[in-house]
Design a protein around this ligand. Structure first.
Ligand code: HXC
Length: 258
């Protein structure tokens, strides 16, 4: 990996960490930063030491959104030619589970990055918002689609049109975060969840993630056909033999990832 300018990464006990690292700018996301985040996720996806990815922010905020200074002079032609969202699209191709550990401001592109994660653990001081409308624009990295799929049209439209700051409690009530924790316990809780998933057989984990994601934008029938194929496929794995034999033999399984 090239020298990282805007993120920090490390691997520990099966977890690949990515920390957004522009704390003075509240982790405002510039384009290079997004490329660094996506490249780190892709590297972790291929790294057998990593079972789960944890994405978090250094400083007091997860992210105050896309870097407005970088966007201020953009025009439709420059945006089309730059095709920056191709980088964002790669996030949804990551096969390993991604846990977002969020706190403070989770705004705009930062909210969209959070919604691209598979799980969100939020510190109690977290505020989510789409302030784009106040800048004369709109969410562009999936916000109008992902939030609507998660909470329905009624609230999504209200929140995106008013730029309301959504508290962690409301986020939990509407089901787009998994858990609220005291700010000082944020990483501990994310690591605890990551540890639970890291213990599971990795092939089953990836095919489950892939199958659940199918439910989001395919019909029930198509999703079920896909699920079935993945179910069959897991019977070709060593971990299926091991997991089921261990149950029958009344012992703990020893998963190897094969
Ligand atoms: C560039 C930003 C920034 C941003 C904060 N900063 N957010 N710089 N882009 N999105 C910078 C500030 O300019 C400031 O730099 C420093 O970070 C600290 O911010 P303050 O404003 O001094 O902090 P505070 O008073 O605590 O207010 C926090 C805040 C406010 C409420 C989050 O910073 C804010 O409203 N930020 C913009 C939020 C936003 O509109 N996000 C959506 C962006 S559009 P200096 O140098 O002055 O210290 C978007 C579109 C996504 O995300 C499209 C897809 C990619």
């Amino acid at each position: 990996m090239n020298a990282l300018q805007f993120i920090e990464t490390s691997i520990e006990e099966g977890i690949g960490y990515i920390f957004l690292n522009r704390p003075k700018q509240l982790n405002a996301l510039n384009r290079k930063m997004i490329r660094e985040i996506v490249s780190a996720m892709e590297a972790y996806d291929l790294d057998l030491r990593v079972k789960v990815i944890v994405l978090a922010g250094n400083g007091k905020a997860f992210s105050a959104g896309a870097d407005i200074e970088e966007m201020v002079n953009d025009n439709p032609v420059s945006l089309e030619l730059m095709n920056q969202f191709a980088d964002w699209d790669r996030i949804s191709l990551v096969k390993k589970p991604v846990i977002g550990a969020v706190k403070g401001f989770v705004f705009g592109g930062g909210f969209e990055l959070a919604l691209s994660c598979d799980f969100l653990i939020a510190a109690s001081d977290t505020q989510f918002s789409f302030p784009e409308v106040t800048l004369g624009v709109m969410p562009g990295a999936g916000g109008t689609q992902r939030l609507t799929k998660l909470v329905g049209k009624t609230k999504a439209l209200e929140w995106i049109l008013t730029a309301e700051r959504i508290k962690a409690k409301t986020a939990l009530q509407y089901g787009f975060i998994n858990k609220i924790v005291a700010p000082e316990l944020l990483m501990e809780e994310a690591v605890d969840l990551a540890g639970k998933i890291a213990k599971q057989p990795p092939l089953a984990v990836r095919l489950i993630k892939e199958s659940v994601n199918k439910a989001v934008d395919h019909s029930l029938y198509e999703g079920m056909q896909f699920e079935r194929k993945n179910f069959y496929l897991l019977f070709a794995s060593k971990d299926q033999k091991e997991g089921m034999s261990a149950f029958v033999e009344k012992r703990k399984p020893n998963f190897t990832g094969g």
